[in-house]
Design a protein around this ligand. Structure first.
Ligand SMILES: Nc1ncnc2c1ncn2[C@@H]1O[C@H](COP(=O)(O)OP(=O)(O)OP(=O)(O)O)[C@@H](O)[C@H]1O
Length: 348
């Protein structure tokens, strides 16, 4: 088990920063998701942690020991890659045993380690099969088993379930979370799927353009985003952003502008879809036509707006709202998040 500290780490390619002075602590036994859009620096950070590349500046400590210049083999980190990289000619058992065989671990110890994993990974019945005879989810479990069989200090996962279909991904992320809490190991999980990042982690780190925008518990990052970038990156359906004035009349001005008024936007107002109510028959300054309805079974995502300003709301799946109908838009008190349009920083 291990605590990992990333201290002021920077890395640039051809003078262009990929990571710019990032710091993050991964507590022993914690499950941290690193989430960010494509190109934000997630893979670079993993490569630096693993020691596959060297930092330009900063330090990486594992259990207080400076490993910034240490070889990958000296860091004792396990890794699950997105492409799994299973050996096709080896059975699931031998794939999992591979890292131990390379270290000349004796057979009794290999059996014992794999035995300890078969229950948590539910792979007992597939150990004698080769990868071609396994389903996508089973192959995934074998790849995770191969990483976990080593007694590593921490386990790094790069989009480990991205290649699976949606249903299997949902199952696997629950399994990963259960696995991590049963094993009590330090997990670092990199993904560009925000739902996944939030579902598995107890610490969510939002990476954007090579910097951590916010680090915290997933529910805090969602409910209390520090910047507009975080508010827009985290949460599905996406948050709606409108021009507004930053006082108690903010709502009226934002939607007044929707209705064609010329309000000067002093700030940007972001509204989570669950905070927005759409009522049929709107006529006031806070009314707009429904422009889109996505019915997803138990709930629907309804968009209303005009003049390019749109508000998304979550309604019941059988909502009577119709495309083109005027609706009155109201927002739950406390459901408005206000941001400085120049800096993107949240207003107090
Ligand atoms: N070896 C390299 N040479 C040059 N530029 C690189 C190299 N590796 C990464 N970069 C650049 O660093 C930035 C961060 O890349 P990185 O692969 O970490 O992004 P990412 O967040 O993992 O993206 P994705 O979600 O698409 O995998 C990108 O602008 C990328 O082009």
């Amino acid at each position: 088990m291990a605590e990992i500290q990333i201290l002021g780490v920077s890395k640039a390619y051809g003078g262009v920063p990929a990571l710019d002075d990032v710091s993050l602590t991964l507590k022993d036994g914690s499950f941290t998701s690193i989430f960010g859009p494509p190109g934000s620096g997630k893979s670079v950070l993993l490569r630096l942690l693993l020691g596959l590349e060297t930092v330009d500046a900063g330090q990486i400590l594992i259990d207080g020991v400076d490993v910034t210049r240490a070889l990958p083999s000296e860091r004792n980190l396990g890794m699950v890659f997105q492409n799994l990289a299973l050996f096709p000619q080896l059975t699931a058992y031998e794939n999992i045993a591979f890292p131990l065989r390379r270290r000349n671990t004796d057979q009794a110890e290999i059996d014992k380690r794999i035995d300890g994993l078969t229950g948590v990974l539910n792979i007992g019945h597939i150990l004698s099969k080769k990868p071609a005879a396994l389903s996508g989810g089973e192959r995934q479990r074998v790849a995770i088993g191969r990483a976990l069989v080593r007694d590593a200090g921490a386990y790094l996962m790069d989009e480990p379930i991205a290649a699976l279909d949606a249903r299997l991904r949902d199952d696997m992320r629950l399994e990963l979370k259960r696995l991590q809490s049963e094993l009590g190991k330090t997990f670092i999980y990199v993904t560009h799927d925000c739902d996944e990042a939030m579902a598995v982690a107890d610490q969510l780190a939002i990476l954007n353009e090579g910097r951590f925008e916010q680090v915290g518990r997933p529910e805090d990052v969602y409910g209390d985003p520090a910047t507009l970038a975080v508010a827009e990156l985290v949460g599905a359906p996406r948050i709606s952003v409108l021009p507004a004035i930053g006082d108690s009349d903010g709502m009226k001005f934002a939607l007044g502008r929707l209705a064609g008024e010329k309000a000067k936007g002093e700030c940007l107002m972001a509204l989570r879809p669950e905070a927005v109510r759409l009522t049929p028959g709107g006529k006031g300054p806070c009314s707009a036509p429904v422009t889109d309805i996505e019915r997803l079974g138990a709930f629907a995502i309804v968009t209303a707006g005009r003049d390019g300003a749109q508000v998304r709301a979550i309604t019941d799946g059988d909502s009577p709202l119709q495309l083109g109908a005027e609706v009155e838009i109201t927002v739950d008190p406390g459901g408005m998040l206000l941001f400085d349009p120049a800096t993107g920083v949240r207003h107090a």
